[in-house]
Design a protein around this ligand. Structure first.
Ligand code: FES
Length: 357
């Protein structure tokens, strides 16, 4: 799908807890902007000194209850884009974004009556979950357990909004705040496997459906519990988010290293220089950079295919990539744009890489 560019006017900017801001966006073309809860938008920002940078943000609003889409952005220390949005984009400002993207939630098949929804989120992962919860509450009579993990009570985004939702939907919407650094009696301690098991087995109302958004390790623990009580795979929906790990302030690339995989683009344009020759291919964001090139009949260098030999190393020149482990690379190498293409996945719609000759 070709990415469109749509201009939005920021008609409101709301300060949330924990250095997060909600931006209310109105398309300047005055055309409808149909999106689903759980989807995200990619913003195209021209930031002085950094050129065009793209970032994806989930919608925090519900199309059933909000006139215009909202995105909520948590300011990340050292993050070029989140800092720019928090500090420089005010009411009346303009933003350019894509059409809505993502398939975390399908309003046509996921909204069920007499269902119990368990929604697990951690930190900023709450954004799409909060949007989905509002839609399900509005569109059905089902129950939702909203289980939200944070470091401490100051980090809870949407605390007041969640309280209001509990009041609006008594007996159907239950918020459970778990804090890893808890010193207050009215909050629960860190979410443990046993808690997850207890939640998932506590429901007496109809079938279950589970949504999870948080770092990969957090999601894995919850998924393991769903397996242990045989919740069908098709009833489990997950999305991971990440913090930027290596954002080169003077270049146009970002390398994410760690468990938290950024959103996966549906289609990616890879521009790769192999032996001095520039080639372009299109692929799914599900393939590693190396697999994508091999699948199209090209001959990039590789050997072990396991992150242990450096044979497949290339430099990211533009765009973003994600590798779960740093493997044989060094921190310094990653700062300079190195990735192991047998391990790295593209995470932007376009990426430029260069193999050493
Ligand atoms: S082929 Fe050995 S690290 Fe990628």
């Amino acid at each position: 799908m070709k990415t469109q560019k749509i201009e939005f006017l920021v008609i409101d900017k709301i300060k949330q807890a924990n250095d997060a801001y909600t931006f209310v966006l109105k398309p300047t073309n005055n055309l409808p902007f149909p999106y689903h809860s759980g989807q995200f938008i990619t913003l195209f920002l021209d930031i002085e000194g950094h050129g065009e940078i793209q970032r994806s943000y989930s919608f925090s609003s519900s199309p059933l209850t909000d006139q215009y889409p909202h995105i909520t952005v948590k300011k990340i220390d050292g993050g070029i884009v989140s800092t720019h949005l928090a500090q420089n984009i005010q009411i009346g400002g303009l933003l350019v974004g894509s059409q809505p993207l993502g398939k975390f939630f399908d309003p046509y098949s996921h909204i069920e009556e007499n269902c119990t929804y368990f929604m697990f989120s951690a930190g900023s992962g709450v954004t799409p979950i909060y949007s989905i919860a509002q839609t399900i509450l509005e569109a059905s009579q089902s129950n939702i357990y909203f289980i939200y993990s944070n470091k401490n009570s100051d980090s809870i985004i949407f605390f007041n909004e969640l309280e209001l939702l509990e009041k609006k939907y008594p007996n159907r919407f239950f918020v459970k705040h778990h804090l890893s650094d808890n010193s207050q009696l009215n909050f629960l301690d860190r979410l443990e496997s046993q808690d997850i098991h207890d939640y998932l087995t506590s429901s007496s109302k109809g079938p279950l459906r589970v949504y999870i958004c948080g770092p990969k390790k957090y999601s894995d623990v919850i998924i393991n519990e769903t397996k242990s009580i045989n919740i069908p795979k098709e009833k489990i929906h997950t999305e991971s988010y990440t913090a930027i790990v290596h954002e080169n302030l003077s270049s146009e690339f970002v390398i994410h290293i760690g468990d938290d995989r950024p959103a996966i683009p549906e289609e990616v344009l890879i521009k790769a220089k192999i032996d001095g020759e520039l080639i372009e291919i299109k692929c799914s964001g599900e393939d590693t950079l190396l697999d994508a090139l091999l699948n199209e009949g090209h001959s990039p260098p590789f050997s072990c295919m396991a992150g242990g030999c450096m044979a497949c190393m290339a430099y990211v020149k533009k765009g973003e990539a994600w590798q779960e482990e740093i493997n044989i690379l060094t921190e310094k190498g990653v700062e300079n744009g190195q990735v192991l293409t047998c391990q790295a996945f593209p995470t932007t719609h376009e990426i430029e890489i260069e193999y050493e000759e």
